[in-house]
Design a protein around this ligand. Structure first.
Ligand SMILES: [Zn+2]
Ligand SMILES: [Zn+2]
Length: 221
């Protein structure tokens, strides 16, 4: 999505949503009633093929594209290799334009203050680092958890900020509990300082360790 599109979308958020939903309902109804032909001749290579060899196109008369999948793939591949430099340059330009205007570079939402990604994309990235995959849905779930905890570290009570001091910690450390390393439920928002100190301790062990430190240092005073 280009910068102009992102700006436009931000201004017309409600309208976009309505238009998209209307289009989806219309499209769905149309696709359900449309009967696909059994065979079709590709307009590019001229071969008669079964309809499975064609990509769908909801606004075409028979519901299929005019070129077969093989022809489409070949065309796409050729186009990409012929325009490689221009495509990379265009992508780069789009990326920098969006960042310069305060948009997330991977979607069309506003980026976090002073960062290059929005909250959801930032969390998705952290989630990927932590458990190996991070979808938008998972990011939304984790954002909910952060808000539930009132943006505070459960160990120190420090206010933690996305893109700054908020980190995802494995409650059961992944080195000692590899079977839980990829569970999203095993993740917890903590401050970066607490995360560094906790290392490969479990929640209970870490709290016990902190208690030991405070008791000992107090008795020394
Ligand atoms: Zn073809
Ligand atoms: Zn984003």
């Amino acid at each position: 999505m280009s910068l102009e599109q992102a700006l436009w979308r931000e201004k017309n958020k409600e309208r976009c949503k309505q238009r998209y939903n209307a289009w989806r309902t219309r499209n769905k109804a149309r696709n359900e009633t449309k009967e696909l032909p059994t065979f079709k001749r590709c307009e590019k290579c001229g071969v008669l093929k079964v309809s499975d060899s064609f990509y769908r196109q909801s606004d075409s008369l028979d519901g299929l594209k005019n070129w077969c999948k093989t022809c489409w793939e070949r065309y796409r591949k050729e186009y990409r290799s012929e325009n490689r430099t221009a495509l990379i340059e265009a992508k780069r330009k789009k990326y920098h334009e969006k960042i310069a205007n305060g948009f997330c570079h991977s979607c069309s939402n506003r980026a976090l203050e002073g960062r290059t990604r929005c909250s959801i994309c930032t969390i998705a990235g952290l989630c990927r680092q932590a458990i190996g995959n991070g979808t938008k849905e998972q990011a939304k779930y984790l954002l909910g958890k952060l808000e539930e905890g009132e943006n505070k570290c459960p160990y120190t009570g420090e206010v933690i900020e996305l893109g700054k001091s908020a980190e995802l910690d494995h409650i059961y450390p992944k080195l000692r509990f590899p079977e839980r390393a990829r569970e999203i439920e095993n993740l917890e928002w903590v401050s970066s300082r607490a995360n560094k100190a906790k290392l490969d301790m479990t929640k209970e062990e870490f709290i016990e360790f902190c208690r030991l430190v405070t008791t000992y240092t107090r008795s020394e005073e």
